[in-house]
Every structure is written in C-alpha cells, then in structure tokens.
Design a protein around this ligand. Structure first.
Ligand SMILES: [Fe+2]
Ligand SMILES: [Fe+2]
Length: 211
C-alpha cells in the first residue's frame, strides 16, 4: 500500500517483508531518477575535498582536478581521466582506506584494470615517498605480474604524484563534468565492467572535441 508521509508518497511498510506489490512498484518508480542523480551527488561530495588534508600547497579537490587534467593532457581515455578526477573522493571519510571508496564507486562503470589501478593507487604512490616515512617504497613490486601494473605505475608516476603544483594549468569541474556524465551513463555492471581494458581507448581529448 502506498501512503503520504512527511509530504512524500511512500511505501507503507515498516519492515521489508511486509511490503506489498504496490509498495515495490512505487519504489521501482523512484529508483531510476535516484540513480540518475548519482553524478550530481558525486560532484557535491567532491566539494568536501576543499576542506580535507591541509598539508599541501593545493587542496585535495584541486589535486583531483589536476590529476585528471594531467591524464587528459597526456592523451588518456575518458575512463582514466574520470578515474583520476574521483580517485581521492574518499579521503575525508577514510584517509587510510580511501582508494577502496573511489574504486567501489567506479567499479560498475569501468574496466577491471582501471578499477584495479584506483584500488591500488596508494601502494604505487608510495614508491615516491614511502622511503621517507620508514616504509618500503618497492611495496608495489608484489603486483609486478599484474596486467595493470604499468597502468597504475603510469597513473601514479605521471599524473597523481605530480599533481600538487599550484601553477599547472587545470580546467574546472565544469570542464570534466560531461566526461563524468558519460562514464556514469554506462550500463552498470555492463560490457565495460566485464572488459579487462577500457573499451573506448580513444584519448578523452578526441571525445570532448567530437561532442
Ligand atoms: Fe590517493
Ligand atoms: Fe591523489
């Protein structure tokens, strides 16, 4: 049964096993527009990165934009650029496990190796500073036989660990937003997720120019 509650049309149940067909039909109607709002909510969440780790010249929001920009400039495909944009989105909530948050958000929409790259980026970042904090900088070597090792090495070495420069010419979120929308418009858990490598490997630059 459907009812009005707090000004909204809602399902009447207070425990799921008591839900009727009508209840679940209503929830189904809500599901699609809710899913379509994911990108808006992600971009809103990104703004919180302005108020996170204070120790670098630029904040984490700017660092994420710059990581994406560097990947874009180097000719990476849209999937990698968007992964770069979101890679530190979990920094506020789980600094010591932040990569897992970004990887989980991206997982239904990106290839398996791009997901793996984001999930493992902290270990690959470590190559550039672990020796200065008493850790083994070669920790990443445990993954040297993984098919995405070189991708993760490039992502961190060229785009992520270098993205702390206040003077690097970097686009705004408005520039990257259409790319985020295209990636998240993919069928979740569809062909892209089933593929090891990005199905669209054309540089993001070309894709943006074609729009
Ligand atoms: Fe990170
Ligand atoms: Fe980062």
């Amino acid at each position: 049964m459907v009812e009005m509650y707090r000004g909204r049309k809602v399902s009447s149940y207070i425990r799921m096993d008591e839900g009727t067909q009508e209840d679940y039909d209503l929830l189904h109607e809500y599901a699609e527009p809710f899913r379509k709002g994911v990108v808006d909510r992600l971009l809103e969440q990104m703004k919180a990165l302005h108020h996170t780790f204070p120790g670098n010249k630029i904040d984490r929001y700017e660092h994420c934009l710059q990581t994406a920009q560097r990947a874009y400039d180097a000719g990476e495909c849209e999937e990698i650029v968007v992964a770069g944009l979101l890679h530190d989105i979990g920094d506020n909530l789980s600094p010591d496990n932040h990569a897992t948050i970004a990887a989980a958000i991206l997982r239904p929409y990106v290839s398996q190796n791009v997901h793996w790259m984001i999930e493992h980026h902290p270990v690959f970042q470590g190559y550039y500073f672990f020796a200065k904090v008493g850790k083994d900088r070669n920790m990443r070597d445990q993954y040297k036989d993984h098919p995405a090792f070189e991708l993760a090495d490039r992502f961190c070495g060229v785009y992520d660990q270098t993205a702390f420069d206040p003077d690097y010419p970097t686009g705004t979120m408005d520039f990257f937003e259409p790319m985020v929308r295209r990636i998240f418009a993919r069928e979740p858990w569809g062909a892209h997720h089933e593929s090891e490598w990005p199905l669209d490997s054309a540089p993001a630059k070309q894709q943006a120019a074609a729009e």
